[in-house]
Design a binder for this molecule. Sequence first.
Ligand code: PNS
Length: 164
Amino acid sequence: MRTIAVYPGSFDPPTNGHLDIIERSSRVFSRVIVAVAVNLRKNAFFTPAERVRMLKRLTSAMGNVEVTSFRGLLVDFARAKEAHILVRGIRAISDFEYEYQMAHMNRKLDQEIDTVIMMTGERHSAISSNIVKEIARFGGKIDDLVPPLVRDILFKKLKGAQGK
Ligand code: PNS
């Protein structure tokens, strides 16, 4: 059976936790579409195009992974891509309530689409994009939290923003 899965998120920026989920889902599903949500948060640090570009470079070696962005409802995007699975990662029990609500709501919107929850790898359980940005803003070390590509782009953009 060919299984197409969508892994949606803000990815502002992508972290090692996100990459862990992408890599593992690429081994479970025939095709994984990493989908960057547009217009979700007005105060996003990276533009959707920047986030897509980073994710494309980070997943270039994974043959069955593609990266794109989407607007509007996630279930509409998934349907258009003929995907019946949504992948989400949870790091801790504190993530559960939000994921539970979203999975139920998405299923209410489209009963053909199921959510598969993956536990984020233990090593990545404390990483969040917001924490990464905060540490980086104050010049802290983020080497264990994001891939080198994201670290360099993040610091470069922060430097540019501070220069303004
Ligand atoms: O990485 P995030 O911010 O936790 O991802 C949340 C995301 C993008 C998956 C969610 O907000 C979403 O699906 N937004 C698209 C709009 C939508 O379909 N909303 C209803 C979800 S119940």
